[in-house]
Write a protein that binds this ligand. Sequence first.
Ligand SMILES: [Zn+2]
Length: 204
Amino acid sequence: MTTRCPACGSEDVTFSVVEKTFSVPFGKPVTCMLDRAACQRCDATGDFAKTNDAKIEAAIEESEKSALAELLSRMGEFAQSAYVERVLGLPARTIARWKTGHASAAATALLRFIVTYPWLLEVAENRFAPREADRHVVRAFRDAFERLHWSEPDAPTVVSATGTAGSAPTSAACAGQVTVVLSTSAQTTSSVTVYAEPAVGQAA
Ligand SMILES: [Zn+2]
């Protein structure tokens, strides 16, 4: 089959191959070889034969497939399928079906959020009650605060993190507080106080 230049109609077209890698979040990178046509008469370049779209689609699909397996594996480390199905109101065996590769794009997107923020399942378990949800956010912030990017050169370092028992003044529902003192390379020191929430379910 002769490939013509879409710009000038010339058949004087040469082909080269370009290696491209595609990946979706949590998926493995998948490399494919894309065709690059070049018209020798008018300098137009591109995918004249329209062969690349299918290759790109296949590469992304393969990466999505590996992402689904990875997400299910990671979620399995902290939550059982029956629990997830119950708190999210999913029909029984839904996750078993996902494990066979039959998951919608929406299901995969949901898994990405759950794996990134596992406490979202507890928010769901508490029927998305706003106050309970807020407590999870505060606790997640406190946890993330100590994990986050502290290894970067200019990042603040945690000098001390102390917990204080007793009621915090701002809310009777608070069981204590955590003060994190930060120090940066510029010698400035700041502290952030995070009021720790009581365990979910113990709130007044
Ligand atoms: Zn041309």
